[in-house]
Design a binder for this molecule. Structure first.
Ligand code: GLU
Length: 547
C-alpha cells in the first residue's frame, strides 16, 4: 500500500496537515531571549512538594526573561483520572504563587495555544502521526497485550534487551496484505515509531542542569499513539512543546532515560529540540541516609504544608534557597526585596538535587513571618483558620482590632520577635489574650515562697491603674518589689544579692505568670493593655486563689 493511502486508511477522520497546525499555532511574538516554559503535570490527585521546584524554575526562567509560562494538563491516561484533581492542582499552585500566564484554569483554558488539556488535542496529535506514516516513520502494530507479554517473557529467558525492536518487531515490515487483513478483521492497532537508532551509537547532549550527558541512541519502536488514538507522553510532549513554542522544558529527571527517544521524535517530526532541564527528585535524610521524598512521607504532599499553615511566602523563600546556592547570601544583603528581584541562575542549581530539611524550612519561615506586617499576618492567619481552625477563626474575627494589636507586638523593628513559624502556632501564641483559649502552662517557681508571690500579686493589683503609661506601670512593680524585700533595681540586686529575696525581675515574673500563664511572653505591659483591666484583675485574683 502506498504510505499516503495507509495513513488515510488508519486515521480516515483526519484531514488536517502539519501546515494547518502551524498556521493555527503561529510562532510567538516575543523578544529574542524570552523563554517559554511550561508545567505539564498529570492529574493524579497528589501534588508533590517536590513539584514546587520545577514549577518555580519554570516560573523564574519565563518571568525573568519577559517570557511566558503555561500550564498544560497531561491527562491522556484515563486510567489515572481522579475526579477534582485538576482543580485541586490549579488551586495549590496558585496558593504557592506559581502564576501561569496561559493554560488550564478552573474556568477553562486561557491563551491562544490551547486546548491546554491533552485529552482535547487528539486531532492535533493524529495530524502529526499521519504525517509520520506518510513519511514511513511510523507503522501500525496489531500485537495483542498477550503477544507482547509473551515477547517480553521470551526476551527475558534469552537474556535479551526488552522491547519492540529488530526481530521482535513483528509488524515493522509487515506486508500490505497482512495489514489490510488485520484491519479487515477489526484488530485494534497501536501506532509505533520506526526507529533507525543503533544502541552502539552515542549521542552527546547538554542538559542545562545536569551538564553534558552521553546516551545511547534509542532502538526501540515505541508506541506513539495507543489503540484508542490517544498519544503516549513522549509523542504528545513533542507535538505540544513544538506548537506551544516551549523553549525550555523543565521536568523531573525520571524522564532523562527517555531523552534519546525524544530527540529522535523531534528530529523525525522536523521540530526544533527545546532546551532541557532535568531536575533531580527532592531527597530527605533518614537515619543518616539520603532517600527520595516518597508519597508515603507526610512532607511529600503539598497539602501537609498548607494544613499546617506555612505561609506561601515562606515556602517560596525556602524553595529559592534550595534552588540557588547563593540565594541566602543575597537575602541577607537584601532583606526587604522580593525574591523576584534575585537574579535566578540555572548555573547555580545543583545537578545532584536538593535535600529537604524541615528545620531549615521552619527557620526560613520564622524569619519570613517576623518580617510581615501585622495586617498581613492577620489576613493570612484568618484565611487559614477559616479552613483549619474555626475556634481560632472566631476569636480573631470577633475583634479584628484586638487581633491586629496582638500581631503588632514586637513587629517592625530591626530585631522583630519570632514567635510564629506557621499558622498552626498562632493559637497557642494568642491563647493568653482570649479567655476561652487561656491556659496556665508553667507552674509557680519553687524557689520563692507562696506567700511572697501572693503578696506581690495582691500588692500589684491594688496599685494597678490601666491608665498608667509604661514607666508609671513599671514604677509600681518596683514599689511592690521594694515593699516585699526584693531589689527594685537590677543594679542593686547584682551588687548585693544577699540583701534581697530576689529582684524586680522576679516580681515581674510572678505577675507575668498570673496574667499569661507562662514564664515567657511578649511585653507584659502591652499584653495587659490589650486584654484590659478586667481580665488582668480576674486572672490575678484567680492566681491568688490558686496559691
Ligand atoms: N506529565 C509528565 C509528568 O507528570 C510531565 C513531564 C514533563 O514535564 O514533560 O511527569
Amino acid at each position: 500500500m502506498d504510505l499516503a493511502k495507509l495513513a488515510d486508511r488508519l486515521y480516515p477522520d483526519i484531514s488536517t496537515l502539519p501546515e494547518d497546525m502551524e498556521k493555527r499555532y503561529p510562532k510567538r511574538n516575543l523578544p529574542a531571549d524570552a523563554k517559554v516554559t511550561r508545567f505539564a503535570p498529570s492529574p493524579t490527585g497528589f501534588v508533590h512538594f517536590g513539584s514546587l521546584l520545577p514549577t518555580r524554575v519554570s516560573e523564574r526562567l519565563a518571568h525573568q526573561s519577559g517570557g511566558i509560562m503555561f500550564l498544560r494538563i497531561e491527562d491522556t491516561d484515563s486510567k489515572r483520572y481522579v475526579e477534582g484533581a485538576v482543580e485541586n492542582m490549579i488551586k495549590t499552585y496558585d496558593y504557592y504563587n506559581i502564576k501561569f500566564d496561559e493554560g488550564a484554569t478552573i474556568d477553562g483554558d486561557v491563551g491562544d495555544y490551547g486546548p491546554y488539556r491533552q485529552s482535547e488535542r487528539k486531532e492535533i496529535y493524529q495530524t502529526y502521526a499521519k504525517q509520520l506514516i506518510r513519511e514511513g516513520k511510523a507503522y501500525p502494530c496489531f500485537c495483542t497485550a498477550e503477544e507482547l507479554d509473551e515477547m517480553r517473557a521470551q526476551q527475558e529467558a534469552a537474556g535479551e534487551d526488552p522491547g519492540y525492536y529488530g526481530k521482535w518487531a513483528k509488524w515493522r515490515d509487515a506486508s500490505d496484505t497482512e495489514i489490510e487483513a488485520a484491519l479487515e478483521n477489526g484488530i485494534p492497532f497501536a501506532l509505533r515509531f520506526r526507529s533507525e537508532g543503533d544502541p552502539s551509537r552515542k549521542i552527546k547532549f547538554t542538559d542545562l542542569v545536569k551538564g553534558e550527558v552521553t546516551v545511547s541512541e534509542n532502538f526501540i519502536d515505541h508506541v506513539i499513539l495507543k489503540s484508542d488514538g490517544i498519544p503516549t507522553y513522549h509523542f504528545a510532549h513533542a507535538v505540544d512543546d513544538q506548537l506551544m513554542g516551549t523553549t525550555h522544558v523543565v521536568r523531573g529527571e525520571e524522564w532523562l532515560p527517555s531523552l534519546p527517544f525524544h530527540i529522535q521524535l523531534f528530529k523525525a517530526l522536523g521540530f526544533r529540540l527545546p532546551k532541557y532541564l532535568h531536575i533531580s527528585q527532592l531527597m530527605k535524610l533518614e537515619d543518616g541516609n539520603k532517600k527520595k521524598l516518597s508519597k508515603r512521607d507526610n512532607e511529600a504532599a503539598v497539602s501537609y504544608f498548607t494544613e499546617k499553615g506555612y505561609s506561601y511566602e515562606a515556602v517560596v523563600e525556602y524553595i529559592m534557597t534550595l534552588l540557588n546556592s547563593n540565594y541566602e547570601e543575597w537575602r541577607a544583603a537584601n532583606p526587604d526585596k522580593s525574591y523576584t528581584e534575585f537574579p535566578f541562575s540555572v548555573k547555580k542549581m545543583s545537578p545532584s538535587g536538593c535535600l529537604f530539611d524541615e528545620d531549615k524550612l521552619n527557620d526560613v519561615s520564622r524569619n519570613v513571618v517576623s518580617r510581615m506586617t501585622a495586617d498581613k499576618v492577620y489576613d493570612d492567619v484568618t484565611e487559614w483558620a477559616e479552613h483549619f481552625d474555626p475556634e481560632l477563626y472566631s476569636c480573631l474575627t470577633a475583634d479584628k482590632e484586638k487581633a491586629k494589636r496582638i500581631f503588632s507586638i514586637g513587629r517592625g523593628g530591626k530585631k522583630p520577635r519570632k514567635d510564629i513559624t506557621i499558622w498552626e502556632d498562632v493559637k497557642d501564641y494568642v491563647s493568653l489574650f482570649y479567655d476561652n483559649l487561656f491556659k496556665v502552662i508553667d507552674p509557680w517557681p519553687d524557689e520563692f515562697s507562696k506567700s511572697d508571690i501572693k503578696a506581690a500579686l495582691e500588692g500589684f493589683i491594688k496599685s494597678y491603674d490601666p491608665a498608667d503609661d509604661q514607666s508609671a506601670w513599671f514604677d509600681k512593680v518596683k514599689a511592690v518589689s521594694a515593699e516585699l524585700g526584693f531589689a527594685p533595681e537590677m543594679k542593686l540586686y547584682r551588687s548585693e544579692p544577699e540583701k534581697y529575696k530576689g529582684s524586680v525581675a522576679d516580681i515581674s515574673m510572678f505577675i507575668r505568670l498570673a496574667v499569661t500563664g507562662r514564664m515567657n511572653s511578649p511585653d507584659l505591659y502591652e499584653i495587659m493593655s490589650i486584654i484590659g483591666a478586667e481580665t488582668v484583675k480576674a486572672r490575678i485574683s484567680a492566681a491568688v486563689d490558686s496559691l
